[in-house]
Design a protein. Structure first.
Lengths: 112, 293
């Protein structure tokens, strides 16, 4: 399960591992559904993230790129590559951002 | 060269100077008897600004658990300095109203700028930097030097884009070729003329090479990364069509987890909508241009 930063935690998400403060005090037990109050508690204790299973995780887990027509995928990949002066395939950050943006694009196309 | 840095930025009214509210707020802040409520009332004299602040305060930008009803509530939750920064930011579009370069759509320009501000702020929050709103302002202003070119030197702008279209170079290189300096330097000169704090000048004036001064600069680095991300996401454009180079030394110094990038990109999309409706779109009630007090 992914760790989600406090900033992005939302009410309704289900915590999948105990959330403790720095003194190891239990704040929220695993399995608990987050409420706004919980999020405020985490904020107050300076907890930075929590392991959660988001409600929409199941449907979002399938890779939007795999559902895409290969021709369209090749097209948007080429289009995006053209936006770079020199794309460094060995640079993990550039590659990570590129793939995320490509997925975003695929999701946008699917949503249309 | 027919244009100098100084002549280009001379006489452009500073962000704050457009806002009677900011001026009055300054007085209120210097008064030891002021309370949050007096500050709130000062801002609420401007219904347009009030609507924008509450819209932003009640959006995904902040994600407060309860609904903000008054500016006083907003100030107590967001902070005085941050609210001042947001008021400044809401002024920027106004200052450059009427600039309509033939080469760039202003809508696209502001979308890019706002997205960069949103991303810089999110990065600042992730890095636990103090006062994240200041990064929002820095991101929003990062390409303001280009607006100065479009507004003050449309002839040079034309030559810059002609050159940019012909040769394989970045828009920034074309700027230097035509003017002898680039939008970064213009923005630096403008913010210096506006007597802005040095960290904001650095953040905007060095966003393409944040390591240039030899020391690591958090502000410029966050704007640099934010600019790179929103370019890759292709949200609007200030004229440059290509994703700028990412300085990996900056990335390493920021010590961000690559996993964070995914939530960042998602949050930029989500918050940009809120920021756009608070800063760009006209608010239902028509703004009054004249000060009413």
């Amino acid at each position: 399960m992914p760790k989600v930063k406090l900033e992005f935690l939302q009410a309704g998400m289900v915590v999948t591992a105990d959330v403790k403060n720095m003194d190891d005090m239990l704040l929220i037990p695993a399995g608990c559904t987050l409420t706004e109050k919980h999020i405020n508690i985490l904020q107050a204790w300076g907890v930075t993230d929590a392991q959660v299973e988001t409600a929409g995780a199941a449907e979002d887990n399938s890779d939007p790129l795999q559902r895409l027509d290969p021709g369209v995928l090749a097209e948007i990949t080429a289009e995006l590559k053209e936006k770079y002066w020199h794309f460094d395939e060995t640079n993990e950050v550039e590659v990570a951002v590129f793939n995320l943006v490509l997925r975003r694009k695929a999701r946008q196309l699917a949503g249309k | 060269m027919e244009h100098s840095l100084k002549s280009l930025v001379a006489g452009i009214p500073s962000l704050g100077s457009y806002s009677a509210v900011l001026e009055e707020l300054e007085t209120v802040l210097n008064d030891p008897l002021s309370t949050l409520a007096t500050m709130g009332e000062t801002i609420e004299k401007d219904p347009d600004l009030t609507a924008r602040l509450l819209k932003l305060g009640n959006s995904s930008f902040y994600g407060f658990s309860s609904r903000l009803e008054t500016v006083t509530e907003a100030i107590s939750l967001i902070g005085v300095q941050q609210v001042q920064d947001l008021i400044l930011a809401s002024n920027v579009v106004e200052i450059f109203e009427g600039v309509s370069p033939e080469q760039v759509s202003m809508e696209s320009f502001w979308r890019h700028s706002l997205a960069c501000g949103v991303a810089a702020r999110l990065l600042a929050i992730e890095r636990r930097a103090l006062k994240p709103e200041k990064y929002f302002v820095a991101g929003l202003l990062h390409d303001v030097g280009r607006l100065v070119i479009y507004m003050r030197a449309p002839d040079a702008a034309r030559r810059i884009f002609d050159l940019y279209g012909l040769k394989r170079m970045t828009l920034r290189e074309a700027e230097t070729n035509v003017l002898g300096f680039d939008h970064e330097q213009i923005a630096g000169a403008l913010l210096r003329a506006w007597a802005y704090p040095p960290n904001l000048i650095n953040a905007v004036g060095n966003h393409h090479h944040p390591m240039a001064v030899g020391v690591f600069q958090m502000e410029a680095s966050l704007v640099h990364l934010a600019d790179y991300i929103v370019h890759a996401m292709q949200i609007g454009s200030s004229g440059e069509k290509f994703v700028p180079a990412l300085d990996m030394r900056v990335w390493k110094r920021l010590e961000l987890s690559p996993d964070f990038l995914e939530s960042l990109i998602g949050a930029v999309d989500e918050q940009l909508e809120a920021a756009e409706s608070a800063f760009l779109k006209p608010i239902a009630r028509a703004p009054e241009n004249e000060s009413k007090f």
